[in-house]
Design a protein around this ligand. Sequence first.
Ligand code: ADP
Length: 501
Amino acid sequence: MASLKVLIAASEVVGFAKTGGLADVAGSLPRALAARGHQVAVVMPYYRGVRHLKDPPVNTGVVIPVPVGNRTLACRLFRSTLPKSEVPIFFVEAPDYFDRDDAREGKGLYQQTMPGGYKADYPDNAERFTFFSRAVLEAIPALGFVPDIVHANDWQTGLVPVYLAEVYRSRPGYGQMRSVYTIHNIAYQGNFGADVMGLTGLPGWLFNSTQLEFHGRLNFLKAGVVFADAVNTVSPTYSREITTYEYGCGMEGLLQQVQGKLSGIVNGVDYGVWDPAVDPHIPANYDAGTVFEQKPKSKAELLTRFNLPVEMDKPVLGVVARLVVQKGIDLILSAAPGFLDLGCKLIFLGEGDPEYHNELEQFQRRHPDKVGLYLGFDETLAHLIEAGSDLFLMPSRYEPSGLNQLYSLKYGTPPVVRATGGLADTIVNADEENLAAKTGTGFAFNDYTAGALYDTVKWATTLYRDRPEDFRQVVRTAMRQDWSWGRSAGEYEALYRRILG
Ligand code: ADP
């Protein structure tokens, strides 16, 4: 089949700027598409952090005109390649908008830390990303190829499909392009005052409740959903969940209407970084053939690292997460005393809401020989917890795609998950039926209650203690699963081809 030409637009790309999962997708998907023979380029803002990289992008010499409000900016394009690849990535320069992020001053990509310590969005975010979305379309002549697909992501590039459909489609070269819009987390929508319409340069009649308007405001995410040729989220279950009141954050009605063009594709894992066979952060590498001899070495080191007694027969439950409501930390805290009664040890790595910090610290102080806690961000420790735990807890309230459960599979650490979003799509519950069929890869429950979590951990630890052959079968099946980017890229390719007809 003919190869495709794809332009991916994102407000962050791993290796250049990152606040969340979008950056991983925007860095990994293009490389995986390129590996399948497609021609791919990425475009993102020229942030201050990019400008000051050890290996900064080079000036292409190309200057593009970008209309915003009643002026037109002349912007330079810079160029680099995605890490460990030849995939080009272009950066749009606009110092007023993007030369400001600086960790020492508490200034991030979208937010700054205010004197009271809280984080506030930049007041000009609507203008910054209106500009960027328009710049994506203006940059196309400089790419060296004409894309079949323009793939935009999250609210920051929600206007890209609108500009393509309403402004650029009629221009030479743009006529055949199709747009894809990916929602990584529906909670962030870019919902701005109606006055922003003036900045966009779009015709005022588009500001109506079936197109750009959401309850009197201009909503960038809605704009992307309405105008894109295809919309997807980062797992099939999440794509269905967001059509409901409980998960839709107000967009459920619209998403029900566009169900025909809505789908879900689970994010991939970078197995170059997350594979116990090559992981430099664990004491002994292992694969499915050596897991039962070598994995205990990671367990012993993990327990030692947290000053816990090295009792190898006691199951260790690991948690690595942002400590926020989404991740079900409240369920874990409620059920945790019960886990200790079951003879488990608990190890936490995370940072987030101060209330969770306090509660976890108190819990750890009460049980210093059973609970390990590190409040902070530590990538090396995250690897050791994946390898050294016997079970991994991820009882999320919602989970668009999720990475940690996929790492757990690869590390032979069956995850205990709530069956929501990407967790529902990637973990096969090891109940009696699936044990008999040898298809179970972890443990899943439905109700968002501490009782359901406790019962599931109890079942998992029963297998661990009393039916070791069944537990080992789950470990082996988990480790065989392939959630690589190659698989995700294959699904994106199919989606692209579908809308190209
Ligand atoms: P989300 O993107 O919602 O935070 P995911 O499971 O998709 O959840 O991805 C979380 C990623 O962040 C994983 O790579 C995980 O290892 C990492 N992570 C989260 N918290 C920490 C932490 N405190 N220290 C190290 N890594 C962390």
